[in-house]
Ligand binder design. Sequence first.
Ligand code: AHM
Ligand code: MG
Length: 336
Amino acid sequence: MQNLTTLGEFIIKNQQDFPYAKGELTRLFNAITLASKVMNSQINKAGLVDDLMGKVGTENVQGEEQKKLDVYANKVFINALKARNEVCGIASEEEEETIIFENEAGKNGKYIVLIDPIDGSSNIEVNVSIGTVFAIYRRVSPIGTAAVLEDFLQKGRAQVAAGYVIFGSSTMLVFTTGNGVNGFTYDPSVGVFYLSHTNIQIPEKGTIYSVNEGNYAYFSESMKSFIDYCKFVDTSTNRPYTGRYIGSMIADLHRNFLKGGIYMYPDSIKSPNGKLRLLYECNPMAFLIEQAGGKATNGKQAILDIKPREIHERTPFYGGSSKMVSQLEMMLTNTL
Ligand code: AHM
Ligand code: MG
């Protein structure tokens, strides 16, 4: 067997990357990896177990119908994080209000976690990749008190760590603590994540664009012109590009991390602020993208510089290879 580095060993070796007290990062990531392992085993048998397939019959705060796996994953991640005593509050796509841990341990917790427990829910039933995405912040309110809204409404730039788990043909955890991006592949036979992708760098240029083109008619003229640009024949710039859209942001962006490309969820007549949520979808992915040398924007400013106003706010999102995102930004501003 090769000399493989486990996630645990990697975190211990890189504790100094996390400029806070020793052991906190380890405990936070222990919670996330434990929950991910539980989810991995459940997702793998989702087609067999009635309790995990289908809809719950309720809607989340965004008016989207909740799948049983959304609700289950939400509980698994919240329970795992609560048990580690590092976290004073959690915001989740599946919870209307923030969850504040008001017990002694919670009040002393230094971190806030924002999470989308299952991203790409529409893909659960058709056995296509889904994921979990999370952002971690230091609280701004005093330790020893209950967390407040301000702790959650920090700019993405203030993140101390972020990551995603992709449940694909293999399960991977990809994360950053602000010192590059590393990927770990799960070996279910041993129950361990191994370092498999060191210092991931998004290629500066790419040839893949991904967007829900079914919404073309609803997009702005400038957005339409960028899509037309992607399809235009110009061999000197490798166009036409290849179109790929999985419908799971994490999976589409994971491909960009490894191969280059641009992922877009624009604003449109149908969704004036786009669809994706700033705090627990766009911010963690933008932090990872910038850490991997790419770019993430809402078309006007870097995602990480947006000052959030509310927990579930949405934003247009464009992220991936820096040259492709810059080209898009130029076309969005020129034709406005
Ligand atoms: P979800 O968190 O409810 O699954 O919504 C987010 C997902 C993204 O992963 C994906 O890119 C997008 O919604 C797909 O939406 P659409 O079907 O409108 O293209
Ligand atoms: Mg989502």
